[in-house]
Structure formats: C-alpha cells, structure tokens
Design a protein around this ligand. Structure first.
Ligand SMILES: *Cc1c(COP(=O)(O)O)cnc(C)c1O
Length: 348
C-alpha cells in the first residue's frame, strides 16, 4: 500500500483488516470438502486447533461471533430462562435481539465499570428457585470487554464467578471475540480461561485479521447440540475451507503481533492523556475510549473534524469516541493519527 497524506487511517474497528498477501495465498491453496458433512479437511484442522487452544474437547466453525453467542444461548437456555451479562454486552446491544427472538431467553443486565461486574453482583442476580421468577440459567462474560474499553477480566474473578455459577447450576459462557488480546496482554493461557467456561469462542474477523469466521468450543456433547442449531440457523456451509484457511493462517501468524496493536493503543492513550480536561479511559489492549464532554464539544464534532484529516474513529455516544488499533494500521500511521487527534482536540 502506498501511504500518502490522504490515506485514510481507519481506527473505527479492528474489523477493518483486509487479508494480507500471505493470507490470500493460504486461501488460494486451501484443501476443501463439504463442511456440513464434516468432510472439509481445512475446517476440521481449524476446529481441532481451536479446541486444543481453548482446552476443550471439540469445536465448531461458524460464520460469525454473533452466531456463536446465539447458538450457545440456544443450547443453554429454554424460553423464559435468564442470562446474566453486562448491560453493554454484545448480545444486548449489537445482535438485533437475536437471543430473545430465537431462543426466548431474557437478559438480566448488570452494571459496572469497564464492562465488568463482580461475583457479589452475580450472587445477587441469581434468583432463588420459584415458579414466579424466571430461571437464572447462564452467566456470560466478554473477554476482552468491547464497549468496556478492551478491559481484561482477571482470571481470579472469572474463577470466583464460575464457582458461584456451578454451585447454582448455571452455564458459564465466554464471548471471546477478543480473547486472544487478553491472552497476549496478560500472559494467561487461553486454556486457563477456557477451563472456567462451558462454551467459549474466538473471532477471526477482529484483530486476527481474517475476513470471516469464528470458532465455538466446548464439550463434545455441547458441540453436537451446537451442530443442530448451526444447521437450523443456516450456518452450515459447504467448501468453507477457503475461509477456514485464512483463520488457520491468522492463528499461526497474527496472534503474537497483537502486542503491537496494544503498544499502538497505548501510544494514542499517552497522546490523549496530555490534553487538559479530556477524560481518557485506561488502556489494557487495543481499544482507546475517551470522552470530550469537558471540552464542550460533541463526539460528532470531533468525528467530522477528524474525517477532514483522514482519520476515522467510532462515535460511541453523545460525547464518547473509540479508537481501535489493528494490523492494517502501521506504527507510523498510529503516530500520525495520534498527532492529528491531539491537534484537533486542542483546537476546540
Ligand atoms: C464483534 C463482536 C461480536 C460479534 O462478532 P461477529 O463476528 O462480528 O458477529 C461479539 N462480541 C463481541 C464482544 C464483539 O466485539
């Protein structure tokens, strides 16, 4: 790519990544078969690799992370059951109401800083068995937290919540869209997180840089049930090895480099922190959230001004913006974007 002054620096989301030449070669060379008959060797290899990574018996390739959440909750709940999760969690804010629509389960939203809640909140949210109340059935945790600003749940907190869940017969689900960011940032192995969950998945179309795909993992019996819903929801594919090859390539080449994205997010954080009155949330991984309210401007004002200077962020509310780093933005571009954002904010 030729970088010119007018090249857009896209920090809207880590979904902005496009397959690299190496990934495209892997796609071109993929061995394929009929995936829904379990005959695609590349899909089978990917499923085995993710099951092993997450310390689970089996795994299932799906078109999206959204479908991983949808299917996990479909397996784990009956209509009227309740799912305990954060108010800003993806299934509540960004899945078109899929779980309530298709599974009839209810959400029991929890509040708390950085997209997280406490074991005490879970204990309080679990309802005593009664035919008057919905049945508490699932606790769902987002690792890392997306709207929470890329926060990493400590393993010890997850363990405590899992213990409570088990004691009360609840299912533990991990929305691991960015689980590997947590692994790279904190050094906890993916399987250590995996051990606390009945269902857990990772996304390949975020920071890992693949164009499509997510893999859901769990026990063999859970994955057999998940296959049923994969078919029902139209997620069963055919020669899906062409997209699974990109995911395998990402696993081999794009995991450790997530540390670069984290360093780049920190660079933006440091540049923003130097701006008087600006509220910048802590940065742990590849997401930077800041609030411009005290500058007396709206997020849309900032977005427009940045757009004129070829920097794209996402607006998260009236005065909140989010920048997400990823493998399609170089260090030099991040440095340039940080300077642009700082100068735009200082000019208000
Ligand atoms: C992106 C995302 C999803 C959904 O993944 P898709 O592959 O885009 O469907 C779910 N949860 C979180 C936290 C996400 O960031």
């Amino acid at each position: 790519m030729i970088e010119t002054a007018t090249t857009l620096i896209d920090l809207f989301s880590d979904t902005a990544t496009r397959p690299t030449d190496g990934m495209r070669r892997a796609i071109a060379e993929a061995e394929v078969g009929d995936e829904q008959r379990r005959e695609d060797p590349t899909v089978n290899r990917l499923q085995a690799a993710v099951a092993e990574l997450l310390g689970k018996e089996a795994a299932l390739f799906l078109p999206s992370g959204t479908m991983c959440n949808l299917i996990s909750f479909a397996v784990a709940t009956k209509p009227g059951d309740e799912i305990i999760l954060h108010r800003t969690a993806h299934p509540i804010v960004a899945e078109g109401g899929g779980t309530p629509a298709f599974s009839g389960a209810l959400f029991n939203p929890q509040d708390g800083p950085r997209g997280m809640f406490t074991p005490a909140q879970v204990a309080a949210a679990i309802r005593a068995p009664s035919r008057y109340a919905p049945r508490s059935r699932v606790v769902s945790i987002e690792q890392t937290t997306n709207l929470g600003g890329g926060g990493v749940w400590p393993l010890a907190t997850i363990a405590e919540i899992a213990k409570l869940a088990r004691a009360n017969g609840l299912w533990m689900h991990c929305d691991g869209a960015r689980l590997l960011n947590a692994v790279v940032a904190g050094g906890t192995p993916a399987a250590s997180y995996g051990s606390h969950f009945d269902s857990i998945w990772i996304d390949f179309s975020k920071g890992l840089g693949a164009p499509v795909g997510a893999v859901l993992a769990g026990s063999r019996s859970f994955i057999e049930e998940a296959w049923y819903f994969k078919q029902r929801f139209g997620g069963a594919m055919r020669q899906a090895g062409v997209i699974a090859a990109a995911c395998l390539y990402a696993l081999e080449n794009n995991v450790e480099r997530l540390a670069d994205d984290h360093a780049n997010a920190r660079l933006i954080y440091e540049a923003l922190r130097a701006i008087p009155k600006l509220h910048v949330e802590d940065v742990e991984t590849n997401i930077v959230i800041f609030d411009v309210e005290a500058l007396g401007v709206t997020a849309a004002d900032v977005e427009n001004r940045l757009g004129e200077q070829h920097v794209r962020l996402s607006v998260m509310g009236k005065t909140k913006l989010r920048a997400v780093t990823h493998l399609d933005v170089t260090r030099a571009q991040v440095e340039s974007a940080a300077r642009t954002i700082a100068s735009v904010l200082r000019a208000f």
